[in-house]
Design a protein around this ligand. Structure first.
Ligand SMILES: [Zn+2]
Length: 231
């Protein structure tokens, strides 16, 4: 029997979760919540370096993701290893997410907001949509994917979904005390951030998270569209 986790973060690529929710993940980990990362693609197209082979990049990015997750206090990282830029909204992909939701029974699921307009990475859009559908109604309904029920994976009701990168944020999480560690976790993704290309990463990110905290009584926030599920 899998040990349940309170939080499941479904991320399209290694590094997206650090941009979107790392500051909040640290806070949850400090509160003693069990956190699972599900990394949908291997990120093997995420480079402009023509000398890096895709399979090498995939390996590097897994190590980077593991290092970041360790720093944040994530309990377990699951790699689905779909090729980068290949995700589609299929019954099979949805079933993978449903299976994991039923296995780990999270109260909170976090993923990318699929409803950003116009330019939005297709893997982000698909991950967000498939995860929302997996949460409701597929993970909840025993007649959805009956073969999962036969494997003793019973229906599960997620209570809350948080969507990062939303154009319509309605919930702000205080990351004032965890911001420094979020930066450190982002810097684990050397193939994406490196040491040099973003010399002002901290300053730029601080400004972004200050803006997200506008109207709140704390300094830095991660902003989400939050959906509570009552049925
Ligand atoms: Zn991404």
């Amino acid at each position: 029997m899998t040990k349940p986790a309170q939080v499941m973060v479904v991320t399209p690529h290694p590094d997206d979760a650090e941009w979107g929710v790392a500051g909040t993940v640290i806070r949850w980990a400090r509160e003693g919540k069990g956190i699972i990362y599900v990394v949908c693609t291997n990120g093997d197209k995420g480079t402009s370096d023509v000398n890096v082979k895709p399979e090498e990049l995939a390996k590097i990015r897994e190590q980077e993701q593991l290092a970041a997750a360790k720093l944040l206090g994530v309990r377990e990282v699951l790699f689905l290893r779909h090729p980068d830029q290949s995700l589609e909204d299929t019954p099979e992909f949805r079933k993978e997410i449903v299976r994991l939701i039923r296995m780990y029974q999270p109260e909170i699921v976090v993923t990318a907001d699929p409803y950003r307009r116009y330019i939005w990475h297709r893997d982000h859009r698909i991950t967000g949509q498939v995860t929302l559908d997996a949460v409701f109604p597929y993970a909840r309904d025993h007649l959805a994917y009956p073969e999962l029920l036969e494997q003793d994976l019973h229906p599960h009701r997620v209570k809350e979904v948080l969507l990062w990168a939303s154009e319509d944020p309605n919930y702000r999480s205080d990351i004032t005390d965890t911001f420094d560690l979020k930066i450190a976790a982002l810097r684990c993704h050397k193939s994406q951030i490196g040491q040099v290309p973003y010399p002002d990463l901290e300053k730029w990110l601080r400004q972004r998270h200050e803006m997200m905290a506008e109207g709140e009584n704390f300094e830095l926030a991660e902003a989400f569209h939050r959906v509570e599920i009552f049925w």
